[in-house]
Design a protein around this ligand. Structure first.
Ligand code: URP
Ligand code: ZN
Ligand code: ZN
Length: 480
């Protein structure tokens, strides 16, 4: 049976029009106005509502052994939460520790998702050490359809790679045509600052931000960009949080480094005062890079509007109150992460589009189309076009509600956005033509989700920069 979404305000990154979208089986087969459809077609009246392409979250953690514990979600919970919030594809970080075997880890991460996800999914493969076996292992993983890597410049001795390993990862990625995503903070500086603060008795969550100041993130971003420039690889900074790191990324982009930027929902809307709340209330807001001074938020919003920030993800990473309390005696032991996979679309719509100045097509671009394009899913995903997967979100901007852990579907006992108002929510969400959500309720197939195999991209295989004619070294002024 077909599905007709009739008379909606269809908004994609490139077009906006009032019309109909007709779906048969898994794909969009017709777009127009007043479409005639076969008898028996389910008809959804989208008059007065938006119709968006299914949203893609380019950065989530579901299975995550980290800081002595495990993130709380499973695919059964996270994929349903994602769908209720309008996200139809998840890109999960596959994150073995540096002591794990990458192929075993990759198989383990895939097994956690297979047959258990309600939405489609794929992975970024974290490279957490680089030895003589790594190239062949990564080739196998890329051949399996996981065509993006992740590196951490932070989390020394666990996920973190050193500069030599980063260099080798980028060289291989460039050879294979794979984009490399990176968590950019200077591991050594974080480690030193943490030790000093703890030695001074500064153990509470309010000292998490001072242990990873903006300069530390700017240094990581600059270094990553320099390594991209030198190797010719293409990179993507994850969860960029502050002005100095943004300036570093923009400077690199301007001089032609192939670098893309993601920021995540908590950094647009929460600030470091949340982590300064006493006790566990502050611990709930510990993530890395940390929540920053509020003055950074307008910079992030402006850069998002201008397209200097390419995508918006969540870095969804739920740890419950009991787990957060592992760090009650030292902020360095608080499991890092804030959950928000369910809330990304509603929050960015509310505070970007409805109450802010983010153009609605840029909103769709950053939350759906750009993740699809950068990570090899376009035009299957991230688009409303004939032949694209019928992942569709009918969005009711007349809905008014409040986010709460009491009502969310994420497997966590708190929400970082408790009590925050939203000006809209999906009224209908489809995954490849099947209605999965109606008006905030999951009504679909819990095992509908498929693993998305992605091809490598020749555009990510470029010569290294040997011509530094863009040299921007300032002229030195002779001393008088
Ligand atoms: O605090 C965070 N971001 N937790 C998840 C791990 C990471 O760095 O992405
Ligand atoms: Zn990270
Ligand atoms: Zn992350």
């Amino acid at each position: 049976m077909g599905l007709l979404i009739r008379n909606g305000d269809v908004v994609t990154a490139g077009r906006r029009f009032t019309g109909d979208v007709y779906v048969e089986d898994e794909t969009i087969v017709a777009i127009g106005t007043g479409l005639a459809v076969p008898e028996g077609t389910e008809i959804v009246d989208a008059t007065g509502k938006f119709v968006f392409p299914g949203f893609i979250d380019p950065h989530v953690h579901i299975h995550l052994p980290f800081m002595g514990t495990f993130a709380k979600d499973t695919y059964a919970t996270a994929s349903v939460a994602a769908l209720i919030g309008g996200t139809t594809t998840l890109i999960e970080m596959c994150c073995p520790s540096r002591h794990d075997d990458p192929l075993d880890a990759y198989a383990l991460w895939k097994s956690k998702a297979a047959g258990q996800s309600a939405c489609d999914y794929t992975f970024h493969m974290a490279v957490t050490r680089f030895d003589e076996e790594t190239p062949e292992q990564l080739r196998q993983i890329v051949a399996d359809g996981t065509a993006s890597f992740k590196i951490f410049l932070s989390y020394k001795n666990f996920f973190g790679v050193d500069d030599g390993e980063m260099y080798q990862t980028l060289k291989l990625a460039n050879e294979l045509g794979v984009i490399v995503t990176a968590h950019c903070e200077n591991a050594e500086l974080v480690s030193r600052l943490q030790q000093e603060l703890i030695a001074e008795g500064k153990t509470g969550p309010e000292f998490h931000e001072p242990s990873r100041p903006e300069t530390v993130e700017a240094e990581g971003t600059t270094r990553f960009a320099t390594f991209l420039e030198t190797t010719g690889a293409t990179g993507y900074v994850v969860h960029l949080s502050c002005g100095p790191a943004l300036a570093a990324a923009l400077a690199a982009k301007e001089r032609g480094v192939r670098l893309f930027v993601e920021s995540v929902v908590p950094h647009f809307l929460l600030d470091k005062t949340y982590a300064e709340r006493p006790g566990v209330e502050g611990m709930k807001f510990v993530m890395s890079p940390p929540l920053r001074d509020k003055r950074n938020q307008p910079l992030l919003w402006d850069a998002l509007t201008a397209g200097a920030i390419d995508t918006v993800g969540t870095d969804h990473c739920p740890f419950d109150v009991e787990q957060k309390l592992l760090g009650k005696d030292a902020f360095t032991q608080i499991p890092n992460g804030i959950p928000c996979v369910e809330d990304r679309v509603n929050l960015m719509y509310t505070y970007g589009v409805s109450r802010g100045s983010l153009p609605i097509q840029r909103f769709v671009d950053a939350l759906s189309t750009q993740p699809a394009k950068l990570f090899g899913l376009y035009p299957r995903k991230g688009e409303i076009a004939v032949g694209s997967d019928a992942d569709l979100v009918v969005y009711d901007s007349a809905y008014r509600g409040v986010i709460s852990a009491e009502t969310h579907s994420v497997n966590n006992d708190y929400s970082g956005f408790e009590g925050v108002a939203i000006d809209g929510r999906p009224s209908l969400v489809t995954v490849r033509g099947v209605v999965q959500v109606r008006d905030g309720v999951f009504v679909g197939e819990r095992t509908r989700g498929e693993f998305l195999r992605r091809a490598t991209n020749p555009a990510y295989s470029q010569p290294a920069a040997t011509d530094f004619s863009h040299d921007s070294t300032p002229e030195l002024q002779p001393r008088s």
